[in-house]
Structure formats: C-alpha cells, structure tokens
Design a binder for this molecule. Sequence first.
Ligand code: AMP
Length: 284
Amino acid sequence: MKVVDTVGDARAELAAARRAGWDVGLVPTMGFLHHGHRSLIERSVAECEFSIVTIFVNPLQFAAGEDLDSYPRDLGADLALARDVGADLVLAPTVEDMYRRRPATVVRLPELAADLEGAARPTHFDGVATVVAKLFNIVGPCRAYFGEKDYQQLVIVARMAADLSFPVDVVGCPTVREADGLAMSSRNSYLDPVERAAATVLHEALRAGADLVEAGERSPERVEAEMANVVAAEPKAELDYLVVRRADDLAPIAPLAGRLRLLGAVRVGKPRLIDNLGVDVPVA
Ligand code: AMP
C-alpha cells in the first residue's frame, strides 16, 4: 500500500492504475477509522482492482464553533487498518494542498441540504458536496463507497453525481453497529462511560419507530411521537429531531408507504449523534 500526502502524487498513482485498465474504488473518510469505515474499504477491495482511501478532515464542512480542531486523529492506526484490509493507496493531504485558497465554487443542493442535518448545520452539506466533487475529479473512481450511517449525505452525494453526470457509481453500505446497537462513529470517542450507556437510546428510538410501522402504523406523526417518547425517557439525551421520511429523497410522506427511512439526531454530552433505519411498507 502506498501512502501519499499530495493530490499531485495521488493523480500520478491513479493514472498508472487506469493505464493498467483497473477499476478504481474510492472510500472518502475523515480518518480515525473504525469497523464502519473498514466495511466500506473491504467492499471496495472486493469489488475493485484498485482501492484508494482518502483521509481528510474537511474544514469546509465544519461551521465556526464545531469540532474541527478537536476532531480525533490517528494517522498511524488508520494506515495500519487500511493496509490490513488491502487498500492500494491512501491519500492524506493537508488542507493547504487540497485548498490552495478558499474555493469560490460551491456545490449546493438546496432541496436536499436544508433539512434535518442541514437545519442544525446550515453550511455542512455545501462543504461535503464540494469536497466529494473535488475527490471525484482527483480520483476518477468507477465506484465510490459511502455509509448509510450518514444517510442524508449518501442521498446528497448520489444526487450530485447523477445531476452533474459524474461517471461514478455511488454505493451505499449498511451501518456497522456496536453490539448494543450504537452506530459506530469516530465521535463516539467523545462519550464518557455514562454517556456511552445512554447513547444507545437513539437506536432504540429508531427501532421502536420501525416496529410501529411494521405493525401497521401509517401516521408519520404517531411514529415520530413514539420515537420522541423513547428519547424523553433518557435524561442524558437531548432530542434534536426524529422523523420518518421517504427513503429516496427524504421528503415528508403521509400516509406512510413505500421505501421509508427513520432518521434522528440527539445530543448526548458533547457529541451530536446521528443514526437512521430503513423500513419498507409494501405499496398495495
Ligand atoms: P467519516 O469519516 O465520518 O466522514 O465517514 C466516512 C465514511 O464512512 C462515510 O461514508 C460514512 O457514512 C461511513 N461510515 C461512518 N460510520 C459508519 C458506520 N458505523 N457504518 C458504516 N459506514 C460508516
């Protein structure tokens, strides 16, 4: 596995891979890799002849006052994990290398990015879409792997790729969880032991909502109230939102029908935790 820290060096490695006729898979990350990231890299290695992992804490997707400076980092452990899984190349560029100056071009998807995570973090998805567009142009991947854990991000990236005709398949990968249901996240490292125990409430709430839909409930309000009640019973958790939406575009839907996604965010101690679950209602 090669490790490079400049976009220029990555382009040179990738040009050689393409000359060899290899399918290139891309796994974009912010590092501090865990089993969730690992599953994405494994999928890329299984499906592509050449896999590149990028490690870049992208300042554009953090607002002032967020955790850009304290975001957890461990490049040595990340490289060991990527090597272990069989990645071919890691690009871990500096901010100066990625952004010679603050970009004047921004990729924005207002219909998808204003709601849910975008309501709490209004400029977040502009930063995500812009850096992913840059990575697609730097890497030229055939396939790019994203976690369902960040479901709204996955919807936005897939839509951006389709709208702007990037020749890349955006592949969504299932959320990897701890044994007690908590979705793995680099930010879980911020939780103290008491908060860590309380953090499972988000998955429990989503599960309760999914169970209600599976039992026949078709009112989004009642499903959302049930999920909110579960979080209300956990004093350490502060609810941001818990909703049920259409899976494809995250639009509200009533009565509930078709492919649905339950999505939520709660604050437990320092971190805001996000998670989601899919549930399908057969259309009669
Ligand atoms: P991040 O490093 O948080 O930007 O995440 C990089 C990629 O890994 C994104 O596509 C995430 O959705 C994905 N990811 C993060 N956590 C998980 C998880 N628990 N299961 C599956 N994918 C994940």
